[in-house]
Design a protein around this ligand. Sequence first.
Ligand code: B12
Length: 218
Amino acid sequence: MTEQARELAEVFLAGEDEKAMETVLGYLEDHSHDELYHDLLTPAMYLIGDWWQENLISVADEHLATAICDFVVSAAELKRQPKNGVHRKVMVLGPEGEDHYIGLKMVSSLFKDHGWQVQYMGPNLPLDAALESARRWQPDVIAMSAALAYRLPSLKAYSKAFRQLEFKPAIILGGRAVAAADISKIRIEGTLVVKDLPQLKNWLQTGKEAENDFDISI
Ligand code: B12
């Protein structure tokens, strides 16, 4: 946890959206978007979570901080340089019941940075709707996230259902709960488990995944 992340968490909690924006734009002058997400915004939000858990801040404070974080992630998107298309498509979503979505937005941004076409479907997407949409758009990859351990069985159920589609999309699973999980309990064939944004970036650039995972090919 850097001092800068702690300071940004305090700016979020003070509701200072313009100052948050200035900090983020300043950071982007000499850092990449994925550094912004992984090294600054994620630790700031994890700290907000710790303070919330310790009752040092209220649920209203956490909501305010999350709204400002959401705003700066969207605003940072506007500062991204468009990349040449790689003709790959990814659908990004959270399963039914999952409300956390800031991480999913960052994942969408990283795919876009690498020239992918992205359909960001947000969190809490029922399986039937996700399947119907996937059948229509036929993504190469479906990326899903879970922040809470009790959501992991849903990720596995969704993965199985997606893998039964005729075009067999590759599945990438991530999120706080996934990073902490016993991977053997959640992965099925054709599924890649990714612990964080640097691992995802490595996969996007090299097609190689960390040693702990199955191969997926697209
Ligand atoms: C904001 C927040 C909320 C908001 C979410 C709103 C939103 N717009 O997302 C709201 C208020 C809805 C919420 C609700 C709840 N929350 Co909450 N929440 C948080 C908080 C403070 C921040 C989440 C966040 O944005 N983090 C920042 C993002 C960027 O981090 P991330 O999601 O981990 O994503 C990163 C990586 O994991 C990865 N990644 C994420 N997804 C994917 C996907 C792929 C494919 C890949 C490759 C990578 C990847 O990349 C991201 C960038 O680094 C966290 C604290 C924390 N440690 O995260 C608690 C936290 C996750 N919540 C928690 C809890 C308990 C809950 C509730 C159960 C509370 C309640 N009693 O109602 C509910 C459950 C809601 C639900 N049904 O899902 C706990 C979970 C504790 C536990 N033991 O699991 C935490 C840890 C807080 C805490 N310390 O107690 N929450």
